[in-house]
Design a protein around this ligand. Structure first.
Ligand code: NAI
Length: 480
């Protein structure tokens, strides 16, 4: 029986391995992590991450051919194929601080593999890593090899949170990069055989190591770029009276552009886009390509601009101050159908409003109060470290309360901000919300989710990104 071990039981390691176990009953899969609480949660009724369909998959295989364990060394020792899916945060200090990927966790995983292995292994990079990481990993393994042979493969993950299980069941492509030697090709084939249990052959792409590593960074950069492009357009729409949804629809009909990922919003978030673009920018700089670096840096700058612009719209609309005013924040996760708050635009928007002394009442169907308080008091980039290594959050932010539903959050509020596109926000009783709010009552829709005409009929003053502005907002500039 082929044995797979995955180091890192996070948003990628957990779902990917659960699907491999489901689709390959003849393979034994162990997912290991240094975080005791995370492994305990994977073994409990309350999984550590929320992802539609995940629980069903885990329940079908757990205890049969899918195991979650903290005994990292035992499972690495026994495995034929080792996936490494640990976090790759942005460095916070030293060379490349604020840009380069911090490979501390990766390196320690590689050294541990070298220490405990007694048989040949295929080591698979599942984490998103800088180009040429495989070379560094290879050096660590080979220099400590005791005669054991290692093959390094790059198999970046393209799943999107919120649709992870669907994406894993039916991937657009699986990418496997390896050495162009006979041994490298054999390792590629071994991994291809795993995916071939359910992925059609023509969707499994094989490349050299560096193309695979770079393709993941490039894919995220292109995706984020589309969002920043449409968000940049949204600012111009507001200035001219054009409607960004109409513009997106019109340009998306061009098959060279396509309709996906063209929704204007308060900005992109999630653990990957910013981190991976910063990483790409750093690699370009290190390779003497400042023009290329600046080109991609702009994608992040526009994202920051969009979040600032949103905060400024809120403050300027409400008579240039939100001091002491209750503002309801609806949605805190970085997108719907996930409880993940890593780099969510809600953090910057909330911090911006808190900076102007607002009182916030936050509601998100999947995010806990504890998580929200941690996010609002944590330093930039600290979130991307294993939970038990994160600094304890200082005292909770006092101007923030967390509500158990949207009605509670909006009661007596002066304004409400929609920051995540949860479906339930579409069908709320906005008349009831309006009746219970202070007047004038404002809605700031950061996801273009509400029906503008209906809300205006009720009596709200509504701002929706990239849409023709209410007369109220027209005279109030978005950027100071
Ligand atoms: P995560 O933070 O949820 O999970 C990483 C896990 O690795 C943590 O539970 C941590 O405790 C564990 N870990 C760290 N060092 C370890 C060690 N030495 N031994 C054992 N366990 C260790 O991160 P996530 O989101 O799963 O991401 C992992 C990688 O996959 C990152 O490089 C990310 O860029 C990439 N990725 C993430 C996607 C996403 O949507 N979250 C999608 C595609 C790629």
């Amino acid at each position: 029986m082929v044995k797979i071990c995955c180091i890192g039981a996070g948003y990628v390691g957990g779902p990917t391995m659960a699907v491999i176990a489901l689709k390959c009953p003849t393979i034994e899969v162990a997912v290991v992590d240094i975080s005791v609480s995370r492994i305990a949660a994977w073994n409990s009724e309350q999984l550590p991450i929320y992802e539609p369909g995940l629980e069903e998959v885990v329940k079908q295989c757990r205890g049969k051919n899918l195991f979650f364990s903290t005994d990292v060394e035992k499972h690495v020792f026994e495995a034929d194929i080792i996936f490494v899916s640990v976090n790759t945060p942005t460095k916070t200090r030293g060379l490349g601080a604020g840009k380069a990927a911090d490979l501390t966790y990766w390196e320690s995983a590689a050294r541990m593999i070298a220490d405990v292995s007694k048989s040949n292994k295929i080591v698979v990079e599942k984490s998103t890593v800088p180009v040429k990481t495989a070379e560094a990993i290879e050096k660590i393994l080979v220099h400590n090899s005791k005669g054991i042979k290692y093959q390094i493969l790059s198999n970046p993950e393209f799943l999107a949170e919120g649709t992870a299980i669907q994406d894993l069941f039916n991937p657009d492509r699986v990418l496997i990069g390896g050495r162009e030697t006979p041994e490298g090709q054999m390792a590629i084939k071994a991994l291809k055989d795993v995916y071939a249990h359910w992925v059609p052959e023509d969707r499994i792409i094989t490349t050299n190591l560096w193309s695979a590593e770079l393709s993941k960074l490039a894919a995220n950069a292109f995706l984020a770029q589309r969002i920043s492009s449409v968000n940049a357009m949204s600012a111009l729409c507001e200035a001219t009276g054009a409607d960004v949804s109409q513009v997106s629809h019109a340009i998306g009909k061009d098959s060279r552009i396509g309709p996906k990922f063209l929704n204007a919003s308060v900005g992109f978030g999630g653990s990957c886009f910013q981190k991976d673009i910063l990483n790409l920018v750093y690699i370009c700089e290190c390779n003497g390509l400042p023009e290329v670096a600046n080109y991609w840096k702009q994608v992040i700058k526009v994202n920051d601009y969009q979040k600032n612009r949103f905060v400024n719209r809120v403050v300027s609309s409400m008579f240039n101050t939100v001091s002491g005013k209750k503002i309801a924040i609806m949605g805190f996760a970085f997108k719907k159908d996930t409880g993940d708050t890593r780099e969510t635009p809600a953090i910057d928007v909330c911090k911006g409003l808190l900076g102007d002394k607002a009182r916030l009442s936050i509601y998100d169907p999947q995010v806990t109060e504890d998580q929200i308080q941690r996010d609002l008091s944590m330093n930039k980039f600290d979130w991307d470290h294993p939970i038990h290594l994160q600094p304890m959050s200082p005292t909770a932010v006092r101007q923030v309360s967390v509500a158990w539903d949207a009605y509670e959050a909006t009661k007596d509020a002066h304004g409400l901000c929609i920051l995540t596109e949860w479906d339930e926000f579409k069908t709320l009783d906005y008349q009831r919300i309006f009746d219970n709010m202070q007047k004038p009552a404002f809605v700031f829709d950061g996801r273009n989710l509400v029906n503008l005409d209906k809300l205006r009929e009720i009596g709200f003053i509504v701002y929706s990104i990239g849409k023709p502005l209410d007369a109220w907002l027209k005279d109030m500039p978005a950027m100071a």
